[in-house]
Ligand binder design. Structure first.
Ligand SMILES: C[S@@+](CC[C@H](N)C(=O)[O-])C[C@H]1O[C@@H](n2cnc3c(N)ncnc32)[C@H](O)[C@@H]1O
Length: 186
């Protein structure tokens, strides 16, 4: 039986990930502003319906690139519907991955994994893959949901696994109902 804590968020719940109240509590521009600049190549891993991918694309602009990666085709379809016929179509690259097999065609300067890591059973493989995808001196922001999904102990264990593949662990932004950290590829 699948562990409740690594259960994949279903496409039917995608709308709840893109609500006005969430935008107010977790404003994507405010959260990403310290890390993302125009022209950067960025990866939104476990992008879901694109709450962060869309803002990332606006921030990196035409000279940048966003790779939005998800296990579920239905999530990617949601993003595709949102950007169809807009300039963001030329910036966002949608990539369907498999469990433990994420292939991004280029190295990136910044990675975001928002409310995603706890859904991945093998975090060691995930972190190794992402370390190899991140440019030297690149930054990787992990945000995980407190309370029902992830305990302090589980989050600490996750961070230990990131350290074990060679990431340097630094402080992340303070966000409501969430744990966060910035991993650096030194
Ligand atoms: C709770 S949603 C969060 C979506 C988005 N990051 C956000 O904050 O709005 C988690 C997403 O991670 C995706 N996911 C889970 N495991 C994954 C994996 N191993 N590789 C890629 N995506 C994964 C799920 O399909 C789902 O869309």
């Amino acid at each position: 039986m699948k562990d409740e804590r690594t259960r994949i968020c279903p496409v039917e719940l995608a709308n709840s990930l893109d609500s006005k109240i969430r935008r107010w509590l977790q404003n994507p521009k405010k959260i990403l502003n310290p890390y993302v600049k125009e022209g950067m190549k960025v990866l939104d891993v476990g992008c879901g319906p694109g709450f962060f991918s869309i803002e990332l694309a606006k921030m990196v602009g035409k000279s940048g690139k966003v790779f939005s990666v998800d296990l579920q085709e239905g999530m990617l379809q949601k993003i595709s519907n949102k950007i169809k016929g807009t300039p963001l179509e030329g910036i966002i690259n949608l990539i369907k991955c498999e469990q433990d097999k994420i292939i991004v065609p280029e190295k990136v300067d910044f990675i975001l994994a928002f409310y995603m890591v706890h859904e991945v059973p093998n975090k060691e493989i995930l972190f190794e893959t992402l370390k190899n995808t991140l440019n030297e001196k690149g930054e990787f922001l992990i945000v995980e949901p407190k309370f029902f999904h992830v305990s302090q102990k589980e989050f600490d264990l996750t961070i230990e696994k990131a350290k074990a593949v060679g990431f340097k662990v630094t402080k992340g932004p303070k966000l409501p109902f969430s744990f966060s950290t910035i991993l650096k590829n030194i």
